[in-house]
Design a protein around this ligand. Structure first.
Ligand code: ITT
Length: 207
């Protein structure tokens, strides 16, 4: 059985493959299947977007399990920004570097206790065009005062973890994958699939 991850973000796929290692499913992403597959992300919440990604893909790939994933950075003193706009925070030609600079600039001069932020990941699992279950994960930290580190992607170079005294981009991927928002959500998914869902899926496919 296949688990299709409804994402074209190669960095996410790399993390997800490592987190789900050992699961008796073939993991493929939209990046592998159809790079032109378009999903309009116009939800107001991570949940809306994750559900939309899952359903749109599940209606096409009806015999596969489909996982919609939406994630992003929430900065408390910015009223939740960049939130669902994390990918394109710096505008139409945004990239990770420009997005990071925009956040750093908005927080310039602010003390540590005003720099609280978290990453959020929302997952929606779908089969045969219907949502089966949803999962979430969160990782708390602070916005650093400069860009630091080369690992990871997105806002990892400015997301500082006081307990490690490092930004996420300074951590090895295997450590990020033990503590991240994404790993927390995907570990819940993994447990669910192992305990409850795989038998149902096999039954579904035999119909
Ligand atoms: P898909 O929609 O194809 O999944 P995407 O990159 O557009 O790919 P999202 O809409 O979920 O994905 O946007 C997520 C953005 O949030 C991502 O581009 C990063 O800027 C940020 N983000 C999410 N998870 C992150 C992480 O683990 N580390 C750093 N930044 C992250």
């Amino acid at each position: 059985m296949r688990l299709i991850i409804a994402t074209k973000n190669k960095n996410k796929v790399k993390e997800i493959r490592q987190i789900l290692k050992g699961l008796n499913l073939r993991i493929v992403s939209l990046y592998d299947l159809d790079r032109k597959f378009r999903i309009v992300e116009n939800g107001r919440t991570f949940k809306d977007n994750a559900v939309k990604k899952a359903l749109v893909v599940s209606k096409v790939y009806k015999n596969d399990l489909v996982m919609g994933e939406d994630s992003g950075l929430v900065v408390e003193c910015l009223g939740g920004e960049p939130g669902v706009y994390s990918k394109r925070y710096a505008g139409r030609n945004a990239n990770d570097y420009k997005n990071n600079l925009k956040v750093l600039k908005k927080l310039e001069g602010l003390s540590k206790n005003k720099r609280r932020a978290y990453f959020f990941c929302f997952l929606a699992l779908s089969l045969g065009g219907k949502i089966e279950e949803i999962f979430e994960g969160r990782m708390d930290g602070l916005i650093h005062c400069e860009i630091c580190g080369d690992n990871g992607f997105g806002y990892d170079p400015i997301f500082y973890l006081p307990s490690y005294k490092k930004t996420v981009a300074q951590l090895h991927l295997s450590l990020k994958n033990r503590i991240s928002h994404r790993s927390k959500a995907f570990r819940k998914l993994k447990k669910f699939l192992e305990q409850k869902c795989l038998e149902k899926c096999e039954g579904f496919r035999e119909r």
